[in-house]
Ligand binder design. Sequence first.
Ligand SMILES: [Ca+2]
Length: 177
Amino acid sequence: MHPSHFIAAGLLTSLLACCQQQTMLVHACPPCRAQGQECVILARPHWNDTGITLEKGRRYQFHVSGRWTDWFVPSDATGPLCPLFDLALLPTRPGLRYPPSRDLRAKYFSLVGTLGRPQDGRALPAHAFLIRPGMIYQAPETARLHAFANDLPFAYGNNKGCLRLRVQELPARKSEP
Ligand SMILES: [Ca+2]
């Protein structure tokens, strides 16, 4: 066998071992979708209506927990948990619904939030952004928060799992009304 075959087989074994280990962390999704300022974002739908309205000028902190899975690749809100998969998928990232041209950190299964959603369900609204765990976001307009797992538009059929998102409104700064 050619040495490159040994290397490829070793990489494949490592990837599968990583995935099997991480897939055990994927939680079953609870039946609820939104409760107060906490909601569940499913990986399968193109859009999740969080039921949460953000108000213009107010600041919010996003808390995200859980794991979801694209085909057999486990991910969290920032993308695939196995770095080698992340590297392998790099050339196809421009086709993502929220592509790296909008934010270089955009990966497969990054959690994306939008203010409102378009009627035709395709193009993203003007305000779309990556929801990074712990990040603080000041809403540029008053609108309902929607969210989805970043993926190729035609590739949602093999998505599984969910993340739990908690939106915490922060107190206004002293200079704010
Ligand atoms: Ca997929």
